[in-house]
Design a protein around this ligand. Structure first.
Ligand code: CP
Length: 318
């Protein structure tokens, strides 16, 4: 297995099966620190730089919280408009990263351009973690989701997945690449104009992912052990910011909605429901207190997973 020390986390396409389990092992080892709301000293001499060119609640703050839990420091920006990349100069990724690498020891970047963190990694002498790039990938989110499945179900292999939402989404791409390493058949349910892109389908076939497509969640929910939902009513991820034009943003059609009634009547009793959040109306709030919901657990695991990744890429654990 390759060492994680000094490594960029850009894509799950690059992950080997044993590397997933190595990350999960470290996450499990560090989890008590977060569960007990303690801070440790594992990364006390290290600094995380956050470079967020797009809004984020979870990804940025979970990385920052993870760094604090491990005793490290944090600096960075959450609004590129207040940097030279977002004003008159439109400073390039290269020039920006050539500065940031001296401000810390690892950089987590979210960008509206697909491939921006990869471009950053070409120039940076410190590890780059992809916090979501346009429609590209969101590797740390899917690592969080797989870790949640492992913790909640005790295994990953042999579980059937249902993924609902916009298949252009970066999370869906990372999920597809990740499941190539596991025995996990998956059914994708998406609106016709948000379906799997032909080139992504070709990749899934190339990576031997066992997948099929359905039109309505009702056709696939009964056999699912893991139900992963993303919005179909959502912003344009290629923009630095996509604010609502008006109050009316549309409702999620029933085909792509997981309601309490659907879970009670059609889902497996022990299935688990994941959503990386934020949500619109695709999971109504009365689902939150049902036994299927695991998205708050996912939120906690999001901190634990970033602790593991930071510890690994900074060489604090091998
Ligand atoms: N799940 C996720 O990426 O959330 P944020 O956009 O708030 O970071």
């Amino acid at each position: 297995m390759r060492s994680f020390a000094g490594r960029d986390i850009l894509s799950l396409k690059e992950f080997e099966r044993q590397e997933f389990f190595r990350v999960f092992e470290i996450a499990e080892r560090l989890e008590p620190i977060a569960r007990n709301r303690q801070n440790s000293e594992l990364l006390k001499n290290k600094t995380l730089v956050t470079a967020f060119y797009q809004p984020s609640t979870r990804t940025r703050l979970a990385h920052e919280a993870a760094m604090h839990r491990l005793g490290g420091h944090v600096t960075g920006f959450s609004d590129a408009k207040m940097t030279r990349a977002g004003d008159f100069y439109q400073e390039s990724i290269k020039d920006t990263v050539k500065m940031l690498e001296f401000y810390g020891d690892v950089i987590v970047m979210r960008h509206f351009q697909q491939g921006a963190p990869h471009e950053a990694a070409k120039w940076a002498s410190v590890p780059i973690i992809n916090g979501g790039d346009g429609w590209g990938e969101h590797p740390t989110q899917i690592l969080t989701d797989l870790y949640t499945v492992l913790r909640e179900k005790g295994r990953i292999d042999g579980l059937k997945w249902l993924a609902v939402g916009d298949m252009r989404m970066r999370t869906m791409h990372s999920l597809g690449y990740a499941l190539a390493q596991f025995d996990c058949p998956i059914t994708f349910v998406a609106p016709p104009d948000m379906g799997l892109l032909p080139e992504f389908k070709d990749e899934l076939k190339q990576y031997s992912v066992n997948f099929k497509e359905a039109e309505h969640v009702e056709q696939a929910i009964a056999e699912a052990d893991v139900i992963l939902v993303e919005p179909v009513v959502q912003p344009d991820y290629t923009k630095s910011r996509d604010e609502r034009a008006g109050k009316d943003v549309g409702l999620t059609p029933a085909n792509y909605k997981i309601t309490r009634e659907l879970l009670e009547t059609k889902a497996k009793s022990d299935a688990i429901l994941l959503h990386s959040l934020p949500r619109m109306d695709e999971i109504p709030t009365d689902v939150d207190i049902t036994r299927w919901s695991r998205y708050w657990q996912e939120a906690f695991n999001g901190v634990v997973m970033r602790m593991a990744l930071l510890a690994l890429v900074l060489g604090a654990t091998e």
